[in-house]
Design a protein around this ligand. Structure first.
Ligand code: NAP
Ligand code: FE
Length: 367
């Protein structure tokens, strides 16, 4: 067995009404919260009200920044952080999908470092931050149990993982908030979580303990496949999705994501492809790159698929749309990825341009 380190310090509260029932947990974080949400969903699904009720009951002040866009930009985070600084916020709460949860993490650094601009979030300069609580209302990114945050860089025309990393101190997981998700977002975010499990499981940093956790995630996903195909999401299925995405967060917190995520960012930026589907597009060709298919086959067996083709057919069935790509896109994406060796670093062996080109070509023009 290879040596490994395992670290995931977020305290998780899982279950119906977990925020109200554990409201005292906020007292450990600070006295005034800056709450991050998207424009609408947190007000509609009850999560914002549960948080503000909990804060009011325990006597904590708060402000709400409800302008986080999907794939949040550095500009938005900087704007929100200024409001937090001006109003003396000493901890942040992200409520939503990955976008508000990541925005909250970014602001935690900027509020603690009021003399710095948002570009510092992409640097690895050692910076302190204020405490972070996250409330997940999609079941997909796992941001509540990862140290990552992903931001849109308009200046560079892409998205990138932040250099500044922090886990949440506290994560609240109440699947009731996910009931209002559209079928499309439910499926896309579940597939995002599945690709986290897959990429963490096949990453260079995979380890024995993390793999067993990933396998438990695959088993939960397998139980949800009939519901995904039928678009029939019971309370029990929603809880399973949320648990699976949190497990997937724990897995990528240790082992990272790999090529499907790296490949998906450019098409997502250019063609507005939902993140989960963008990853799915590349998964089959990515897994075919492995010369030793032992782990791939173990994973397929747990998921209940006979082959990678069958897994890809499942993706096509449940993620129905398809964009048009050209040979020029394939060339351009290949060049961009080859120019960013950090994005290839978690593949277990080094890849040639031909292999990367082939993966893009199969994913975008053939499969
Ligand atoms: P999202 O971008 O946070 O939200 C997508 C849409 O879903 C928004 O329109 C949002 O509306 C809506 N929504 C959220 N919760 C809802 C609910 N309960 N009911 C109805 N609608 C709801 O989606 P996401 O897929 O969770 O996050 C994607 C972001 O996370 C990307 O930027 C991605 O790169 C990042 N990501 C981060 C990590 C990590 O480890 N940190 C991992 C993977 C991906 P509102 O805007 O009104 O809220
Ligand atoms: Fe993801």
């Amino acid at each position: 067995m290879n040596a490994f380190t395992f670290y995931m310090p977020a305290k998780i509260y899982f279950g119906k009404n977990c925020i109200i029932e554990n409201k005292e947990a906020f007292l450990t974080l600070g006295k005034k919260a800056l709450i991050f949400t998207g424009r609408h969903s947190a007000k509609l699904n009850g999560s914002l009200k549960d948080v503000t009720d909990a804060l009011e009951t325990v006597g904590i002040g708060y402000l709400v920044f409800d302008e986080v866009e999907e794939n949040p930009s550095l500009e938005t985070i900087e704007r929100a952080s200024k409001i937090g600084i001006e109003n003396g916020a000493d901890f942040v709460i992200g409520i939503g999908g990955g976008s508000p949860m990541d925005a909250a993490k970014g602001a935690a650094f900027l509020i603690a470092n009021p003399d710095k601009g948002a570009d510092v979030l992409m640097s690895s300069e050692p910076l302190n931050h204020i405490p972070v609580a996250e409330v997940a209302t999609t079941a997909g990114t796992g941001s509540e149990t990862t140290q990552y945050a992903v931001f849109t860089l308009h200046k560079q025309g892409t998205k990138n993982g932040a250099g500044q990393k922090t886990f949440a101190d506290i994560a609240f997981l109440d699947a009731r908030y996910t009931e209002s998700l559209s079928d499309k977002v439910t499926v896309n975010t579940a597939i995002d979580a599945l690709t986290h499990l897959i990429e963490g499981y096949t990453s260079k940093k995979a380890n024995f303990m993390n793999d067993r956790i990933a396998e438990s995630g695959f088993a939960i996903f397998a139980e949800c496949i009939p519901a995904i195909k039928a678009l029939d999401f019971s309370e029990e299925v929603r809880e399973k999705f949320l648990l699976m995405s949190t497990i997937a967060g724990i897995v990528i917190a240790q082992a990272g994501t790999s090529l499907p995520h790296a490949c998906g960012y450019m098409p997502t930026y250019e063609k507005h492809i939902p993140h989960g589907r963008a990853n799915a597009i590349f998964t089959r060709a990515y897994l075919e790159l492995f010369k030793d298919q032992t782990k791939v086959n173990r994973m397929l067996a747990i998921l209940g698929f006979k082959s990678l083709e069958e897994l890809n057919d499942f993706f096509k069935e449940v993620l129905d749309e398809k964009e048009e790509f050209t040979e020029a896109d394939v060339e351009r994406y290949t060049d961009a990825l080859m120019a960013a060796p950090g994005k290839l670093a978690l593949h277990p062996y080094s890849l040639t341009r031909e292999e990367v080109y082939d993966m893009f070509k199969k994913s975008l023009l053939v499969y």
